[in-house]
Design a protein around this ligand. Structure first.
Ligand code: FES
Ligand code: FES
Length: 152
């Protein structure tokens, strides 16, 4: 089946099974390896991408479901305003970095509709992004910093 995807502002026409995971297509067909395969079951958020601006777990999404919609990966976000990425670096908000693309994808969506989120709103928005390194306090500080709020 021919599937047309818009990923990071670029159009791709791919011959793939419509049930192929979006994550697999991103990583293996388009060489976009920022989204990670963690659990593969929708539970960890490592594979998160934006679909029309909303975070989704790409490991559960059939590629055909993304047709006609704007897919944005961490690679696409890196081409734009990097204030959030910079805040992660400034707050040392990662250890192994495996979860970081997903954390930034979810935080980007949060800041798009809530520019100055509370700590509770940050925790709620990132609840689907697990960090096996336990960097949660620093991730929260990074999102606060990126939103221009004081980091205590
Ligand atoms: S790899 Fe998709 S949610 Fe864990
Ligand atoms: S920094 Fe290692 S999983 Fe989050």
């Amino acid at each position: 089946m021919s599937v047309t995807l818009e990923v990071n502002g670029e159009t791709h026409v791919l011959e793939v099974s419509p049930t192929r995971r979006l994550l697999t297509t991103l990583r293996e067909d388009l060489a976009l390896t920022g989204p990670k395969l963690g659990c593969g079951e929708g539970a960890c958020g490592a594979c998160a991408v934006l679909l029309d601006g909303t975070p989704v777990v790409s490991c559960l999404l059939p590629v055909a479901a993304a047709e006609g919609r704007a897919v944005t990966t961490i690679e696409g976000l890196a081409r734009g305003d990097t204030a959030l990425q910079d805040a992660f670096v400034a707050e040392d908000a990662l250890q192994c970095g495996f979860c970081t693309p997903g954390q930034i994808v979810s935080a980007t969506a949060l800041l798009a509709h809530t520019p100055r989120p509370t700590r509770e709103e940050i925790r709620a928005a990132l609840a689907g992004n697990l960090c096996r390194c336990g960097a949660y306090p620093k991730i929260e500080r990074a999102v606060l910093r990126a939103s221009g709020q004081a980091v205590a």
